[in-house]
Design a protein around this ligand. Structure first.
Ligand SMILES: [Zn+2]
Length: 272
């Protein structure tokens, strides 16, 4: 990827003035602490589902994250340097690294701290507790939660091979599964509100079970004990797609409300 926009989460250091970092030393943009994003969620929302990023390139940018596959063929879970594909039939497989992604974000997960959360009756409650305990509200985070979940509702979407169909319509046909007493890992990213239409503000969770047979995008869950680890990302890198499809998407016309509908369509009782 030749084109990359680099946005520092705090102050963007210029050639002349660099923001003071920890220890009073100049803050350097270190890509090993970056959250690296391929394409924009607005491009996905506008129907650019094919993608030109090889999955091998994705793993070169991080070992932890979420995304989707070419033609929206399943939910992507990147965990411990492996890419899992949770398909619309409910199965999970190791992704073919020759495939591509139209949208994903990854980082090299390096733990900055842990959070103690005794229990949460819903995903929203879990997120509220994280909001209270994460050190900074203005920074993006990668969050890894290993636990046994009393209940867990997952979704995946059917692949889209036809001409463009807006993502808001695709997710209306999402397939959902409810599980009980499931052990596994929540792979989460949290973006602050300033992300606007580049990604989805708030939390985005995918799940894969310990035995790697069950996975998907998380719509709801209950949580009881488990290990909650976070990695604060100091830099955001956005790879701009080179494809003709991206040029034609009209990603700039996508509204924030449409993007929120896509990722927040959690359960009928979930917050709007
Ligand atoms: Zn998702």
């Amino acid at each position: 990827m030749a084109l990359a926009a680099v946005l520092a989460a705090g102050c963007a250091p210029s050639a002349k003035t660099r923001a003071a970092g920890k220890n009073g030393k100049p803050a350097q943009i270190t890509l090993d602490d970056a959250l690296v994003q391929f394409s924009l969620v607005s491009a996905l929302a506008a129907g650019d589902y094919v993608g030109d990023t090889p999955l091998a390139d994705l793993l070169a940018s991080g070992d932890f994250g979420v995304g989707t596959f070419s033609h929206l063929d399943g939910e992507m879970i990147v965990l411990d340097g492996k890419i899992y594909q949770a398909l619309a039939d409910g199965t999970v497989r190791a992704a073919d690294l020759n495939g591509t992604t139209p949208f994903a974000a990854v980082t090299f997960f390096s733990e900055d701290g842990q959070i103690t959360i005794p229990a949460a009756n819903s995903l929203e409650e879990l997120e509220e507790q994280l909001d209270r305990q994460l050190p900074r509200h203005g920074a993006p985070y990668a969050i890894r939660i290993d636990a046994e979940f009393p209940t867990l509702t997952l979704r995946s979407v059917r692949p889209v091979y036809s001409a463009r169909e807006p993502l808001v319509d695709v997710v209306k046909d999402q397939i959902t599964w409810e599980h009980e007493q499931l052990r596994g890992t929540l792979v989460g990213l949290r973006y602050p509100g300033w992300i606007d239409t580049l990604n989805v503000a708030g939390y985005h969770w995918h799940f894969v079970s310990y035995d790697r047979t069950i996975g998907g995008h998380v719509l709801a869950c209950e949580f009881e004990r488990g290990q909650v680890r976070f990695d604060e990302c100091s830099t955001l890198v956005i790879h701009v797609p080179q494809s003709k499809a991206f040029e034609e998407t009209g990603a700039g016309d996508v509204k924030k409300q449409d993007i929120e509908k896509i990722e927040r369509q959690r359960t009928p009782r979930a917050r709007p």
